[in-house]
Every structure is written in C-alpha cells, then in structure tokens.
Design a protein around this ligand. Structure first.
Ligand code: H2U
Length: 351
C-alpha cells in the first residue's frame, strides 16, 4: 500500500479552535502564482474625497458631520445591526422549532486615518499604532458596559468582500451574547486549558515554530502563520507570543510590534498580485463578561478570498456548502509564497 503524503494525497485536517475539519486536495493545486497575466485596475484615489462619508468634515447619511479628525475617528454606525434598547422577553423553555431571543448591542465604525487614499499597509507605523490603540480603547470602553459580553473588532477590505467604501476603516460589533464561532472557540479553548494548564495557542505556536513550515513572520512578540487547518488559500493568523487574553494586555512594545506585524503582513498580501489584497480580518480575544479568561490567547484571523489572480476568487460553494470547507494549494505552499515575498509594499519600492 502506498504511504500517505500530505503534499500530494487528499486528506482532512482538524481545526481545534472550532472543532471542524477541512478537506485538502493538494493534487488539484495549480500553483496560484502561475499564469496571472491580466491587467489589474490600479486606481489612484485622492487624499480627500468630498463625496466620501468617512472623510473628515463630510456629512454622513444621517446628516451628522464628521469632525476634522487628524488621527483615528470612531462613531456609532448610522445603520447599526444591533440596538441597545432593552426589551421585555419571556423565554418559553418548551420551545424547540421556533426559538428566538432578543439581542442587544452597539455597532461602531472606526476610520483608521483621515487619508482617503491609504490602506493599512501603506500607512506609517505610528498611524497603525494609533489604530491598535483605538482598538484597545474601544475594547475597554464597550467591554465595560454591563450588557456587553463580546466585542468583535473586524475589517472588511475591498469591494469583493462587501466593503462599501475604500476609505480605510473597520467596524466593531459589541453584543450581549457570544456569537456562534466565538462560542465554539470559547468551549474548545476552555477544555484545552483545563486539561493542559496552558493556552491551546501557546502550545500550538511552540510546535509551529519548531516545525517552521507555515511561519510567515516571526518577530520578538508576534508570529504570523498560515494555520495548519487554514481554509482560504492565503489565510493567516497573527498570534501573540505571550499568552495574553486581550488586546488591552499589550505592553507599549507589543503595541509597536503588533503594528509592525500588521504592516508587514498586509504589505506581503498586496505584493502577491501587486494589487490591494482584499480580506476580512478580525480579532479573537476574551469575552467581556467580567470573568477571568486565562484560556483565551490573543489572535487575529485574516481571510482573503483571492486564489489565482487579482480577480479570481475562491468560492465557498457546492461541496463546501453541503459538506465541509475544501482547499487545493496546501497551507505549507501558501506560507512559502508569503514568506518569500517582500514585506515592503510594492508601491513604496517605486518611491
Ligand atoms: P463597510 O464598508 O465594511 O460595510 O462599513 C461601512 C459602514 O459604515 C457600514 O456598516 C456605515 C455602514 O452602515 N455607514 C454609516 O454609519 N454612516 C454613513 O453615512 C454611511 C455608512
């Protein structure tokens, strides 16, 4: 019988964070950096766009005027998915088919910079550090509200990801429940911590650094890697080396190192196809339920949809919708490519 080889043979990999499997079909992979010859739309944007609802001084859809902000700017989403209002609700414990419960929350928009023309990798380190400090402040500020038990910080980048405006911004959705994926992660992290007395990601990171097959960036305080169980072709995760449970635990040096990691990783992304690389990214960290959470270990997911070129995206359809996620190029090959790319943004090199 032929010996299994994870570089060539179809197999499934286990994701211990959410207790799910992914199907890997490496034999189908045409290396994604082959044959991409199409022209990419390299639009240039003005530093200030009078029609942009996120630029300083402009009026938003609800008639409110943004201040002449010079750093980051945060406001309550005018079309918030969640509302703060407390509602009267009596749960019927016998209900099975028509279960529902009210959900309270707050949605905010975070403008990363007054500059309309920049994206995260094109910003200087000080600006990115300000974004990180803003995330710290917001996590604390929203987390201390009694009914807020989870604060989800995220960014949708690029129209392909449903981002409505190229002005650099992210969002925060803070709510009373743990959302489904976080609930699953919470359960798995708790079980692991109880059994091993260490965070799941601390032990995982130690072994990833030892194997050195999927590491993309490794600096004093952070590692960016393609997880063994990654689903998206160029999926990565930034993990803090210190097993801190939340962003507010970072020391000033860690804030700087995190900003540097963000800049380098997103620059590498843009350098894959010499285009602004779309993604959804988000921070997973301790719930804000006023309990201790030593099982949580700060990490940030990046889920970019691109596969073979600046316009060919991976679709999560068919088998993925009916069965489980599937990928062709192995996480090891993706990591090799990302590692080999410069961490200096392609536009900065032309200067
Ligand atoms: P996305 O591009 O990631 O969708 O984020 C933009 C958010 O900005 C979106 O959630 C909000 C939208 O509701 N928004 C406002 O709060 N005010 C506006 O004037 C327009 C858009």
């Amino acid at each position: 019988m032929k010996e299994f080889n994870h570089n060539n043979d179809p197999h499934r990999r286990y994701n211990p964070l959410i207790n799910e499997w992914v199907l890997v079909s490496p034999h189908r992979a045409t290396r994604p950096w082959q044959g991409q010859t199409e022209e990419v739309n390299q639009e240039t944007r003005p530093e200030f766009d009078p029609t942009c609802y996120l630029c300083p001084g402009n009026v938003r859809a609800n008639g409110e005027q943004n201040p002449a902000y010079e750093s980051t700017y945060v406001f309550d989403n005018d079309f918030a998915a969640l509302k703060q209002e407390e509602l009267h609700f009596e749960e019927n414990p016998d209900e099975f088919f028509f279960k529902a419960q009210p959900e309270r929350g707050i949605s905010r928009v975070v403008c990363f910079s007054p500059r309309h023309d920049l994206t995260l990798p094109e910003m200087d380190l000080e600006t990115i550090e300000n974004v990180v400090k803003t995330w710290q402040f917001q996590y604390e500020d929203l987390g201390k509200i009694d009914f807020i038990n989870h604060v989800q910080i995220f960014e949708n980048k690029g129209a392909i990801m449903g981002c409505s405006n190229p002005h650099p911004h992210g969002q925060i959705w803070a709510q009373s429940s743990l959302p489904t994926l976080v609930r699953k992660t919470q359960d798995n992290l708790s079980a692991y911590y109880q059994k091993h007395g260490k965070t799941l990601l601390e032990n995982y990171l130690e072994q990833e650094l030892e194997k050195n097959e999927r590491i993309v960036i490794d600096n004093e305080h952070f590692v960016a890697l393609v997880p063994f169980w990654a689903i998206w072709p160029f999926e990565t995760m930034i993990i803090s080396k210190r097993p801190v449970s939340k962003i507010t635990d970072f020391t000033p040096v860690e804030v700087s190192d995190y900003a540097k990691t963000l800049k380098e990783l997103t620059s590498k992304y843009d350098n894959v196809f010499n285009t602004s690389f779309p993604y959804s990214s988000g921070i997973h960290q301790a719930p804000t339920d006023a309990k201790e959470h030593p099982e949580w270990h700060f990490h940030m997911h990046f889920y970019p949809p691109l596969l073979r070129s600046a316009s060919v995206k991976k679709f999560m359809v068919g088998y993925e919708m009916m069965g489980e996620s599937q990928r062709d190029i192995t996480p090891e090959k993706s990591a090799e490519l990302l590692r080999s790319l410069s961490s200096v943004h392609y536009k900065a090199k032309d200067v």
